[in-house]
Ligand binder design. Sequence first.
Ligand code: PEP
Length: 222
Amino acid sequence: MARKFFVGGNWKCNGTAEEVKKIVTVLNEAEVPSEDVVGKFFLKGGAFTGEISAEMLLNVGIPWVILGHSERRSLLNESNEFVGEKVGYALSLGLKVIACIGETLQQRESGSTMAVVAAQTKAIAAKVSYWDNVVLAYEPVWAIGTGKVATPVQAQEVHLELRKWLHDNVGAEVAATTRIIYGGSVTGANCKELAGQPDVDGFLVGGASLKPEFIDIIKSAT
Ligand code: PEP
């Protein structure tokens, strides 16, 4: 079964009403496949000032959530296990999950990229029983918001290894059908070449998702 190209926009904590209005108008005017909305949450609701619960996302009709983003892992100390817990909880409520993994520059330079992403994926996989609602986002930390994009060869190398990991640890069917998307300084200028890699099934886009070039990224596989 072919994997349907998947592109997510991560606006993070950005966007004035004016900016959002502009980009939504651009998206609405472009001929792109229908959009889903993505949110972020903490865990089950409760006394967590400033957080959003999974139940709240569902309540306002948001079907997708980004979990395990490196900014949460580093700024809020979210561990592999905690990310796994959140993934399991989101899925149990019927949310669909973009689960992020990725190595730091230091980890890449010390040759531990695959060990790091495998450990992150293992903690997520431990909580997933139904993979249809999961997209795995490989986001090297050194490429997020830095303008330093992974080369197509670097991205393909890790995506292929991740697919092998899924094959060996989860199953052949899940490995063949799960979307593994790339995130890290994707732009309208570099998306085509990345999208041409056999194991790159889409993108998670930060900065460029607030700009009109997001349309080119959405259409990069066509
Ligand atoms: C992200 O934050 O998920 C991301 C990939 O950001 P950027 O595209 O700006 O590097």
